[in-house]
Design a protein around this ligand. Structure first.
Ligand code: E4P
Length: 214
């Protein structure tokens, strides 16, 4: 399963990317605002750090605006994937961007029906938001299972990015289900490395080693 970082913070991306385990990046207008950067400058820097796909989102509501912005984003780097919201206008934009050779990631997916339509429109990726569904008392990971079943029934090539990840178990369950990618905040990425028994085990080995060095 590919692991993307869900952030526009270049410092954190650089730090996490040192592990060699970061396959791509997803951003959105909130994350760009949080990074306090101009979008173009931030995305170009991120594309210089990470080799894989970097999702970039605009705020246009009409298909024409999404296509215009998407083409502009795609010209920044070959890594760029254009995020398009799950609306009727968005699906028109996905088809047009595909014809122009621009990759798309349909975002704000909250139902299997939406994921089906996005795949039919020709999206390269869909981003179902599991954490936001969980927050509403729904089962985010059940949605992932449903989407993966549908995509496998029809051999869609659209990849599922498990998004709005809140904790390591979202990542583990995504991998168990065979999701193509999970996009995780840097804090969750750091937690994936940790286990109390690993820390205790390292400490015990160090202590025992020191005893025989005296
Ligand atoms: C990813 O593509 C989304 O923008 C992101 O995962 C949303 O996460 P949030 O629900 O924590 O804002």
């Amino acid at each position: 399963m590919k692991i993307f970082l869900d952030t526009a913070d270049a410092t954190k991306i650089r730090e996490c990317a040192k592990t060699g385990l970061v396959d791509g990046i997803t951003t959105n207008p909130t994350l760009i605002a949080k990074a306090g950067r101009k979008q173009e400058e931030a995305i170009k820097e991120i594309c210089s750090i990470v080799k894989g796909p970097v999702s970039v989102e605009g705020v246009g509501e009409k298909a024409e605006e999404m296509v215009r912005d998407g083409k502009e984003f795609a010209a920044w780097s070959k890594n760029v994937v254009v995020k398009v919201p799950m609306t009727k206008e968005g699906m028109v934009a996905v088809k047009r961007l595909r014809e122009e050779g621009v990759k798309t990631n349909v975002t704000l997916i909250f139902s299997a029906a939406q994921a089906l339509l996005a795949a039919k429109a020709g999206a390269d990726y869909v981003s179902p938001f599991v954490g936001r569904l969980d927050d509403m008392g729904e089962d985010g990971m059940a949605l992932i299972e449903g989407i993966l079943d549908i995509y496998s029934n029809y051999e869609f090539e659209t990849e599922v990015i498990v998004a709005s990840v809140r904790h390591p178990m979202h990542v583990v369950e995504a991998a168990e289900m065979g999701a193509h990618c999970a996009t995780v905040p840097p804090e969750v990425f750091e937690k994936l490395f940790l286990h109390k028994m690993t820390e205790d085990g390292i400490k015990r080995f160090m202590d025992d080693w020191k005893k025989v060095q005296k």
